[in-house]
Design a protein around this ligand. Structure first.
Ligand SMILES: [Cu+2]
Length: 163
C-alpha cells in the first residue's frame, strides 16, 4: 500500500507545463536564490509535534509537514530518533468501522507538500526510551531517497499549533 501524493498540478499536465508549475510553487521569493540553494535545503520539515506520553505507554505519534522544493519526487526511506527504538510511517484508516493503522510508503512529488496529521498519516515512535513531556523537543531524523537527510524535532504539545 502506498501513500503516494500527487497534487492537483501533476497528472494531467504535460512535462513542460509541470516543470513550470513546479517552479511557480517554489514561490516568488527568488528564483536565483532557489537555483543557488544547496541540495540539503530543498526538503523542508515544519510544524513537527507530538503529544505527551500517556502513563504506561512507550509509544508516541508524530505529526509534521514536509515540503519538497526540489524538481524531483522524493520518497521518505527511513526515520529515526534517539528517543525511540523504531520509527515507522503509518496511515490511519477506517476499515469496516474499525480504526486501523497500516505501514505506508510516502512519495512527495516535485513542489508538493505532505501533511502528517491526526486521522491520517503519522510517524509511529515505538519503544520510547523516555517519556515525552510538555515542552520537550524529541529529536527526529528523516532520510529521503535522493540522499537528503533532514534533522528536526517533534515539539511536545497537546494540540497542533494553529496556522
Ligand atoms: Cu500508527
Amino acid at each position: 500500500m502506498t501513500g503516494r501524493l500527487t497534487g492537483p498540478l501533476t497528472g494531467r499536465m504535460s512535462g513542460r507545463c509541470n516543470r513550470v508549475a513546479s517552479l511557480m510553487m517554489v514561490g516568488l521569493l527568488s528564483l536565483a536564490a532557489y537555483a543557488d540553494a544547496p541540495r540539503d535545503q530543498l526538503i523542508q520539515v515544519s510544524a513537527a509535534w507530538t503529544r505527551p506520553t500517556p502513563e504506561g505507554t512507550s509509544i508516541a505519534v508524530g505529526y509534521l509537514t514536509i515540503d519538497n522544493h526540489s524538481q524531483h519526487a522524493v520518497q521518505l526511506v527511513s526515520a529515526s530518533s534517539p528517543w525511540a527504538q523504531q520509527v515507522t510511517l503509518h496511515e490511519s484508516r477506517l476499515d469496516g468501522g474499525m480504526a486501523r493503522m497500516t505501514a505506508v510508503d510516502l512519495q512527495i512529488g516535485a513542489g508538493q507538500r505532505a501533511s502528517l496529521k491526526p486521522g491520517g498519516m503519522h510517524l509511529m515512535l515505538m519503544g520510547l526510551t523516555q517519556a515525552c513531556r510538555l515542552g520537550d523537543a524529541v529529536p527526529l531524523q528523516l532520510s529521503f531517497s535522493d540522499g537528503q537527510i533532514v534533522k528536526t524535532s517533534l515539539l511536545v504539545r497537546t494540540e497542533a499549533k494553529q496556522p
